[in-house]
Design a binder for this molecule. Sequence first.
Ligand SMILES: [Zn+2]
Length: 295
Amino acid sequence: MKRIVLLGTLMAAAAASMAAQAPAAPKVIDIVKLKDNLYVLTSSTPGNAATFSGGNVAVFITDGGVTLVDDKLAGWGQAVLDKVKSVSSKPITTIINTHTHGDHTGNNGFFGAGVEIVAQENTKTNMQKMDPFKGEGAKFLPGKTYKDKMSLGSGKDRIDLYYFGNGHTSGDTFVVFPALRVLHTGDMFAWKDGPLCDRGNGGSCVDFPRTLEKAIAAIKNVDTVIPGHSPMQTPKDLQEYQRFTADLLSHATSAMKASQSVDDAVASFKIDKYPGYKNERVKAAMQAVYDELKK
Ligand SMILES: [Zn+2]
């Protein structure tokens, strides 16, 4: 018996030392310059867990300091900070969380309670349910919230925050840098594929196209769109994505009315109309529509 325990201990020690020797995957974040005072820390898609850093982070350099839009997954804070330091010596003063998910809010704690965290009020409520923001972590929740619209800063440093309703979650912010004609959509336009509608956080694939429609109608004078998880896009791409989500919703709704299965609905959905679109998340989006309409 004693021998077995000893053997087990030795094996555990060996496993631990092997784990210690295995090189951690390097934390690589790429940076794209959009303007002299606006950069994007880009995002790999969530598929590869080893290299996935979280969503696209906007780095906006103002007279008073650096504002980040989102701050990637926990564990990537130092890599984010190093990249920010490579383009500005100013301190990070503000972080806007576009929504609750950990790949957009994961380093609020790393950057510390001295940074002002800003989010839509429903996102703060959603974040309060997350372990990193319970107890001591509550000090890294948004200290400033808004309901429909809010501006931060003024003149060339102004940032406009807009909320238009449920979609990816119940608290998605659209962030506009008016002087630069740039919009960050968060995950209301994450990728060219089915939208992820997180119903547990108030998301809705039924409301998604209407919410995007409102955003497109209200936000003018933009040339560049920073999506949640893919390379830079244009307002035309965002308009196409709105049509895609509306098309997906109406297709799923009529398939459900005709008592078709979700698989049948996916099979008859003509995604070829949307060049460059993937079909990896269409089924989940259609399922979300079915689940929502069933209730
Ligand atoms: Zn998300």
